[in-house]
Design a protein around this ligand. Structure first.
Ligand SMILES: Cc1cc2nc3c(=O)[nH]c(=O)nc-3n(C[C@H](O)[C@H](O)[C@H](O)COP(=O)(O)OP(=O)(O)OC[C@H]3O[C@@H](n4cnc5c(N)ncnc54)[C@H](O)[C@@H]3O)c2cc1C
Length: 375
């Protein structure tokens, strides 16, 4: 049987970041990806926002990796000359109740260590954004946007340049624990199925990560993913120049997302979304009838947007550990040695801010005991 030291399942942004980080110390790293190319799932179906780390609980992995990941990412983008813009973001309150919630969010974010945030009022908002309407806002200067594809392409180029390998069209379909590692079975689109041995197996399979874990025998309720879909609508291109920052509403406690917001892309295009709806199946089609809901959600703070300016754009699906109306669940980055599966590292529930956090997540994985002990 062919042997490899480290196998990473999934060539999304997280698997690729982990691959590059590990290739700095280890020579024999293989990424297997079921699709014909990198980042064809959640990593290319998101807002491409570099998040600041405002919303999640203090000391959670989501907050810690987001804040560290943001710094690592800006540095990486600068060094590698990958397109990005540090354009900043406003979270806007449109009435007195929302102002109270916004103040609480501001205190929370300060507690997360985000000392660069500012709480600003109407006058200052008008100076920054003459075309939006809000009573108060949190201004986050460290938020930005990036070209996620170029980022992933760069991760691949550096990884393969240092000897790492990627096998496309190769789906992991079986895992058998052996004495010092795992015999994994893969289905290759051209060559059929075959087995190889790996000492370490890192599960970065995104929307499938609970199923990959189940292949190793770990079928647990707390690992089960729930799919939460987010649709986007594009706004008529000429309106993109009417805002200078990303503009978010105050998040609602009972929602699974941050609220339908206005995101600019690097070409100056403006999108609204994503919304949040739990779904059973992976279906990326967009329900055009939602247009009115999107319009209603933003019309108070983006008064220049009219219903007819919206057209359906893309959608993405969040791999969430928490179900509808359930409490906060963190990223799961777990060395499964304590479940008798030494060498298996599970990354499950890597939803937002996973793109921002990817480089930090990669560091955490490379410092796990299993990896340094086994290899
Ligand atoms: C609507 C939406 C908006 C978002 N916006 C942002 C944002 O603005 N900023 C931010 O920081 N984050 C954002 N996120 C989160 C971010 O996109 C994800 O956290 C990140 O892309 C996850 O990357 P990943 O590599 O874990 O998963 P993926 O990109 O899904 O990659 C997993 C890969 O594993 C492969 N795979 C699965 N099963 C197998 C198998 N059995 N064998 C081989 N390969 C397999 C898949 O084909 C896939 O390529 C958003 C997410 C969504 C859904």
């Amino acid at each position: 049987m062919e042997k490899t030291e480290i196998t990473i399942v999934g060539a999304g942004v997280v698997g690729l970041a982990v691959a590059l980080e590990l290739s700095k110390e280890h020579k024999d790293v293989l990424v297997i990806e079921k699709n014909p190319y990198i980042g064809q799932e959640t990593s290319s179906r998101n807002s491409e926002v570099i998040h600041a780390g405002i919303y999640y609980p203090k000391n959670s992995l989501k907050t810690r990796t987001c804040i560290e990941g943001k710094h690592l990412l800006y540095e990486f983008l600068r060094q590698q000359k990958i397109p990005y813009k540090n354009i900043g973001k406003l979270i806007v309150a449109i009435n007195d109740n929302e102002v109270k919630d916004l103040e609480n969010l501001y205190q929370h974010a300060l507690g997360n260590g985000l000392v660069d945030l500012r709480f600003i009022l109407e006058n200052e908002i008008r100076g920054l954004e003459p075309n939006i309407k809000a009573k108060a806002a949190i201004y986050s200067p460290s938020t930005g946007i990036l070209d996620a594809h170029k980022f992933m392409e760069n991760l691949v180029a550096q990884f393969t340049g240092s000897g790492g390998q990627i096998a496309y069209n190769t789906e992991l379909i079986g895992i058998d624990k052996e004495k010092d590692g795992f015999a994994v079975t893969v289905q290759d689109k051209r060559e059929g199925s075959f087995k190889f041995f790996t000492r370490v197996l890192i599960n970065c399979a995104g929307l499938n990560s609970d199923k990959v874990s189940a292949l190793a025998g770990l079928i647990k309720d707390e690992y089960k993913l729930k799919y939460c879909k987010g649709d986007y609508f594009r706004v008529r291109h000429s309106l993109g120049k009417l805002i200078n920052h990303l503009v978010y509403p105050v998040p609602k406690e009972d929602r699974a997302g941050l609220g339908i917001h206005a995101t600019l892309d690097l070409a100056g295009g403006l999108r609204l979304g994503p919304d949040d709806a739990y779904v059973e199946k992976l279906d990326y089609s967009i329900d055009e009838s939602k247009k009115k809901i999107f319009y209603e959600s933003v019309k108070q703070f983006l008064p220049f947007v009219k219903l007819d300016d919206l057209t359906p754009d893309t959608s993405g699906i969040r791999p969430k550990l928490q179900g509808p109306k359930e409490g906060f669940r963190d990223f799961m980055i777990k060395d499964e040695a304590d479940n008798g599966l030494c060498g298996l590292i599970n990354l499950i529930g890597i939803e937002s801010p996973g793109l921002t956090s990817a480089l930090s997540i990669a560091r955490i994985v490379s410092n796990l005991q299993s990896i340094s002990h086994i290899l």
